[in-house]
Design a binder for this molecule. Structure first.
Ligand SMILES: [Zn+2]
Length: 439
């Protein structure tokens, strides 16, 4: 099974000093900042997923790319743009349209020709056919004798449109002599409708099929779809799960034909989730919040209104950072550290306890386990306790990188990974060291 990391230009600044919280004066974001695959010397994923919708920026979402980055991506191709040569292990790049960015449109805003041209100019290894996402899910539509109107015609039309575009995509892919591997997309609203789409795509000639629209589904619903698909799936057909990770169920998904998936959730959970921010050994830990006063609008408001003393806030922020540093050196106990952390929390979020939203128990578990001390990844080795601090993009994003690395490691430990990158890592390191020595 392969894990693709969707790109949204998440880079970290290697010059960032975590003690002083300063960057190098000479840092140039484009030249110096690092992608996740440049941070680790052992593999953390098999490839990147690049969406046309994210690169171009559709509608209100805007682009994560500057105009010059977009031009560079199409001129130099994705392997060079993402500096894949710096990765410790060969990475592949999959292109898709990013159907979620235009979900509200009646029709996709691109033509098949535009999509093919985008994939070709970016020199992707895989290209996903143009699709229109379906967010409705209603297994009742599969019941014998279910009325046609259980699923509105507009939804059925989306599936039809996705299949038509897939047919056109494959025909033009062949005619144009494109080198990337084409994937057809199956969209559906129920297990049977997904299976029907897979069947149709196989008939067109696809043997690698992406399953779209499953992000909001519960694991049980995904399982039902995969089982239904299993009944029509030809032995040589591989499936890609778009945007979904359920780490606990990868084994089962693999048995049901999932050959690859992509997901940003290990990265995003590091700083978006209320509790599950740091993965290790199958556990998810809560990161320790020490917000920067400047970066916390609520706290700023209270300071301006005179409800909170700015001096007191600053003092507690500093004490929390210092406490965590001493804790990691074994010079503060869990209890002592917790006390300061919670005092700061009472200041920046006074209602937390009332809302049963305070972090006392979660922090205690994090500190008792101090999981970063056991992690073998380079982020944790270098950052030490800073990796568990929920504070600013440089720390938060690196914690996300750690989560990606952990998930990938877990896949391989369970025998789910493809190839055996971990046996080759010594060789790759030696090759890189040699390359560096030669300038
Ligand atoms: Zn780590």
């Amino acid at each position: 099974m392969k894990f693709f990391l969707p790109d949204s230009q998440d880079l970290v600044d290697p010059s960032f000093d975590f003690e002083l919280e300063r960057r190098s004066m000479t840092r140039q974001r484009q030249r110096d900042d690092l992608y996740a695959h440049e941070v680790f010397s052992t593999p953390a994923f098999d490839g990147l997923l690049v969406s046309k919708g994210i690169v171009d920026g559709f509608g209100v979402l805007g682009s994560r790319y500057t105009l010059s980055q977009r031009r560079r991506l199409q001129r130099d191709g994705a392997p060079r743009f993402f500096r894949l040569d710096n990765a410790s292990y060969p990475l592949e790049i999959m292109g898709d349209c990013g159907a979620f960015t235009y979900v509200d449109e009646e029709e996709p805003p691109y033509s098949v020709d535009e999509v093919l041209a985008f994939y070709e100019s970016c020199r992707f290894h895989y290209g996903v056919s143009l699709d229109h996402v379906i967010l409705e899910f209603d297994p009742a539509a599969d019941a014998p004798g279910a009325e046609e109107d259980v699923i509105p015609p507009a939804i059925r039309a989306r599936q039809q449109l996705t299949l038509e575009r897939a047919r056109e995509f494959l025909r033009k892919h062949k005619a144009g002599g494109h080198c990337f591997k084409p994937l057809g997309v199956a969209q559906g609203w129920s297990p049977k409708s997904y299976a029907a789409a897979v069947k149709a795509l196989q008939k067109m000639g696809y043997d690698y099929i992406a399953l779209g629209g499953m992000v909001p589904l519960k694991t049980q619903e995904i399982r039902l779809c995969l089982e239904e698909i299993q009944a029509v799936r030809k032995p040589g057909t591989r499936l890609h799960l778009l945007g979904v990770t359920r780490p606990e169920h990868l084994q089962e998904f693999s048995r049901l034909g999932i050959a690859s998936f992509d997901s940003t959730s290990p990265l995003r959970q590091a700083f978006k989730d209320a509790r599950d921010n740091y993965y290790l050994d199958g556990h998810k830990y809560t990161a320790i919040r020490i917000p920067q006063i400047e970066g916390n609008p609520d706290l700023q408001k209270k300071i301006f209104a005179g409800q909170v003393s700015q001096e007191r806030a600053r003092q507690l922020e500093r004490e929390c950072l210092e406490s965590m540093r001493l804790f990691d050196q074994g010079r503060r106990t869990v209890r002592q550290t917790l006390e300061v952390l919670l005092e700061y929390e009472r200041l920046y979020d006074p209602d937390a306890k009332q809302k049963r939203n305070d972090h006392a128990a979660a922090y205690e578990q994090t500190l008792e386990n101090a999981p970063w001390r056991r992690c073998a990844c380079e982020v944790c080795g270098k950052l030490k306790h800073h990796v568990i601090l929920f504070r600013g993009a440089e720390r938060n994003r690196r914690r996300g990188f750690h989560n990606i690395w952990t998930l990938y490691r877990q896949m391989h430990e369970r025998g789910l990974g493809e190839g055996s990158p971990f046996q080759e890592e010594t060789g790759a390191r030696a090759r890189r060291a040699k390359a560096r020595a030669h300038g």
